[in-house]
Design a protein around this ligand. Structure first.
Ligand SMILES: *Cc1c(COP(=O)(O)O)cnc(C)c1O
Length: 363
């Protein structure tokens, strides 16, 4: 059986009428940037996130960049980040002129609180935590450290829309939360878009200006801004995906339960789950000593898998001048060498799930 790693068309077909009505509404409005669709989305997403403010931006990377910038993080500042994340988290720090300080991951793929504390210097201004694969980091411990050392906390929620930690939404712990609506994320646009949520009025106000050339009033430029606006068509479409995010998270959790119950091969480990969390399962990360072989074995049977991520950030070519070394973060490097992501998405059929489980058990 051929099973693709992603099938965005299944989500599209499930809600086709709603998506098409939303897109047509935006197209027919005659207004395409910074209009009613964006206003509505921002209001709806702030409500979903139980946040005072939501600011729609062009993509997840810009959400991170603008949040850091609005928090006053720049030249000479250090920002602590787990090494096992998507490159965007670290690029956002660099692009503000600050320095990413990589640290070790914990056994739930999150930032290791003890490693955060050990990495703090006089220059440390913030911690960026990534709820990787949709599983919350150890937020009690991380918030306690941030409070003790007076650090800002930015949550990279690009994979964790609707995820919970002790019943509280990921993205409601720190000073700002950053979201990507890249099509494959738990809330997807049909193109690029992103958002920042925050309860801080000044941070919200700055991001609103920064995303639009640094201006509040047309042609009056108060800040050195950029152009990063969520357009009306994406806002309308993302609003439809927002309505169905909880259903999508439920469906992926049901698939995850089937994988965890069904996969019985001593060569393969299902992910460690922190019991106080509710995951989005943006990714279902298996751990396997012979990961590349398993990947090829599944591929030969028509089952596509992916690796998130094959190179830990501290070893990325673009950061080689920073002098990090192989072996410095054994847990993060272990994930890079042994993680394999299984298909997990809206519309994945029972027979497909069973086929994947059987293939892994026969490996
Ligand atoms: C997807 C992602 C981003 C970047 O989002 P884009 O919308 O692609 O710019 C940032 N951080 C993490 C953890 C991501 O998964």
């Amino acid at each position: 059986m051929d099973i693709n790693f992603a099938e965005l068309s299944r989500q599209y077909k499930k809600y086709q009428t709603e998506y098409e009505e939303a897109a047509l509404r935006a197209l027919r409005s005659g207004w395409y940037i910074m209009g009613k669709e964006l206003e509505q989305f921002e209001e709806d997403y702030a409500a979903y996130m139980e946040a005072k403010h939501c600011i729609g931006v062009g993509n997840g990377l810009d959400a991170l960049r603008l949040a850091l910038s609005a928090l006053g993080i720049g030249e000479g500042d250090e920002v602590i980040i787990q090494a096992n994340t998507f490159i965007a988290t670290a690029l956002a720090v660099m692009q503000n002129g600050a320095t990413p300080i990589f640290i070790e991951a914990d056994k739930y793929f999150g930032a290791d609180p003890q490693a955060i504390e050990e990495a703090i210097t006089e220059k440390t201004k913030a911690v960026m935590v990534v709820h990787l694969y949709g599983q919350a980091c150890d937020m009690d411990a991380i918030m306690a450290i941030a409070k003790k050392y007076n650090l800002k906390v930015v949550e990279d929620c690009a994979q964790s829309h609707g995820a919970l930690y002790k019943g509280k939404k990921c993205g409601t712990f720190g000073d700002a939360a950053c979201f990507s609506f890249y099509p494959m994320k738990p809330i997807g646009a049909f193109g690029d878009s992103g958002a920042v949520t925050t309860n801080n009025d000044e941070v919200a106000d700055s991001i609103r200006m920064l995303r639009n050339y640094g201006s509040r009033i047309k042609y009056k430029h108060e800040l050195l801004g950029i152009n990063s606006r969520m357009d009306e068509i994406q806002a309308a479409i993302t609003g439809v995906s927002l309505k169905h995010v909880d259903a999508g998270n439920t469906e992926r959790n049901e698939i995850a339960i089937k994988y965890i119950a069904g996969i019985k091969n001593p060569k393969v480990k299902t992910p460690e789950v922190r019991s106080c969390t509710y995951n989005t399962y943006h990714v279902f990360p298996l751990i396997c000593e012979s990961r590349n072989e398993l990947h090829n074995y599944l591929k030969a049977q028509g089952i596509q898998t992916q690796i998130h991520y094959p190179i830990s950030c501290h070893l990325a070519d673009c950061f080689k001048d920073m002098g990090y070394k192989v072996g410095q973060f054994p847990q993060a490097e272990y994930y890079a060498a042994h993680e394999l992501s299984l298909p997990i998405y809206v519309g994945l059929k029972d027979e497909e799930i069973q086929c994947i489980i059987d293939a892994i058990n026969n490996y």
